[in-house]
Every structure is written in structure tokens, then in C-alpha cells.
Design a protein around this ligand. Structure first.
Ligand SMILES: C[S@@+](CC[C@H](N)C(=O)[O-])C[C@H]1O[C@@H](n2cnc3c(N)ncnc32)[C@H](O)[C@@H]1O
Length: 237
């Protein structure tokens, strides 16, 4: 439960003690709303959607208008409690789950059957040595018919903020440091997708470059966008 402890401390400090928002907490129409345009035609509409690493639940709430059942899960109990208190809809539920835990994932699949998976900004935080096991859990949750859409921090993130973005250097130093020093080095590279999701077990249906919108704005009013990659993955050939 190491992910749970780390992330729970983050939510407790940021949302509960300091009443602030995380930098990735942006209106759902601008995050999952954009992603939906990519994944909607690939997801089986009758399957439940599992939002893995749902945080405070805005995206799961948004998706509940499009799918019969949406389950938001997060390793951080504090995030799940905030999500459940804020978003109460008949076809939406939240629960604490560490997606790195195979038994918990097996139990969830047992309960809901095959699911479409939505994941925004989670996998780049998983230790490199544990990524294959994490992907095996995703496979378990998808079953045969579920599909996975993820959008994740790209692996050029550090150099992008350290060197490439001109406007970024206009942000206060403390904010610049959040990007350069605190981000884990193992973002996702599109070239590594076939190794991460190998055939014949997985079939990469689509992938590309995108960005993760943040609620930080540059002095000229432009939002900071984190370079990202997305992928749409099915099971089997
Ligand atoms: C960068 S935040 C993104 C939150 C949300 N998906 C969004 O885009 O607004 C990453 C989230 O993943 C959750 N998380 C990290 N590792 C996890 C794991 N192993 N299982 C479930 N959730 C996890 C964290 O608690 C956090 O809420």
C-alpha cells in the first residue's frame, strides 16, 4: 500500500489542510472531455468504466453521463472520501483501490466483470520495476472486452521544462522547481508502448502525443501544459 500512503499524505495536506487544488485539477470538460473524443468510439458502450487514479472524482462524474456505470478508484482514501462526498449519482461509485495490488484488482473484476479503463496521469508514477506487474493488473481488469485509454506524462518532461519552454521560466521559482525536481523520470515514450503492452496479449489500436492541462498559468495568461502521450489498447490480436 505504498502508493496509498504517499498519495494520501498529498491529498490530506493539499485538499484538507491547505484547502488547495492539485495542479492537474482542471474542469473535466477540458481533461476527460477532450479524451472522450478519442476513446468514445473504441469503448464498448454497455461496459462499466473504471477511472483508475480518479483523484477527487471530477472525471468519473463527467463520464457517468456517457456510460451506464462508472467506478472511480484511487489508492488514496482521502481522495476517495472527497470524491464520494462531492459526487453523488446513482450510476457512480468510488472506492479505495491500489491498482498495483493484484488481489484487489482480481476482486474488482470478479464483482463488475470486464471494464473499460480510463487513466489520466497515473502510470508515470508507478516504479519502473513494477510497471509490468501494473500492466498485468490492467489486463485483468479489462478482461476480454474492456479497452484501456490512458494519457500519461511523456518521458521528455524534465528536459521540456528545464530547457524547452520559454514561458515556463517566467513562473515563480518555487513552481518551476515542482516540475524539474519532483517529477519522476519514468514518463511514457510512444516507442516503448509495444514493450509495455506486448502482442499478442495486447493490441495497440491508436496512440499519439497530447498534453495534460494544468491549472497553473504563465504570466501572460497561458496555461501550463505538460507534454503527454495517449494510447488506446485492446486485448488480443
Ligand atoms: C496525477 S494524479 C491524477 C488524478 C486524476 N486522474 C486527474 O487526472 O485529475 C494521480 C492519481 O493517481 C492515484 N494513484 C497513484 N498510484 C495509484 C495506484 N497504484 N492505484 C490507484 N491510484 C493511484 C493518486 O492517488 C492520484 O490521485
Amino acid at each position: 500500500m505504498k502508493y496509498g500512503q504517499y498519495w494520501d499524505a498529498f491529498y490530506e495536506k493539499t485538499y484538507v489542510k491547505e484547502a488547495r487544488k492539485a495542479l492537474w485539477d482542471v474542469p473535466a470538460a477540458l481533461s476527460v472531455g477532450k479524451d472522450l473524443e478519442i476513446f468514445q468510439s473504441y469503448f464498448h458502450p454497455e461496459l462499466p468504466v473504471l477511472d483508475i487514479g480518479c483523484g477527487t472524482g471530477e472525471q468519473a462524474h463527467y463520464l457517468s453521463a456517457y456510460y451506464p456505470r462508472v467506478i472511480g478508484v484511487d489508492a488514496a482514501p482521502t481522495a476517495v472520501a472527497l470524491a464520494a462526498a462531492e459526487h453523488t449519482l446513482a450510476n457512480l461509485e468510488f472506492q479505495t483501490l491500489d491498482a498495483a495490488d493484484p488481489e484487489a484488482c482480481a476482486a474488482l473484476h470478479q464483482k463488475y466483470g470486464d471494464m473499460n479503463l480510463y487513466m489520466r496521469g497515473v502510470m508515470h508514477q508507478v516504479d519502473a520495476a513494477e510497471q509490468a506487474r501494473f500492466v498485468a493488473n490492467l489486463s485483468l481488469l479489462m478482461g476480454e472486452r474492456g479497452r484501456l485509454y490512458f494519457i500519461e506524462v511523456a518521458d521528455n518532461i524534465r528536459s521540456y521544462f528545464a530547457e524547452a519552454t520559454h514561458g515556463f521560466h517566467e513562473l515563480p521559482k518555487a513552481v518551476q522547481e515542482v516540475f524539474v525536481s519532483n517529477l519522476p523520470p519514468h514518463g511514457i515514450n510512444l516507442e516503448h508502448l509495444p514493450r509495455l503492452f506486448p502482442a499478442p496479449g495486447f493490441n495497440i489500436l491508436a496512440s499519439g502525443e497530447g498534453h495534460l492541462l494544468t491549472n497553473l498559468t504563465l504570466p501572460r495568461g497561458e496555461a501550463v501544459r505538460i507534454p503527454a502521450v495517449y494510447a488506446l489498447i485492446a486485448k488480443g490480436a
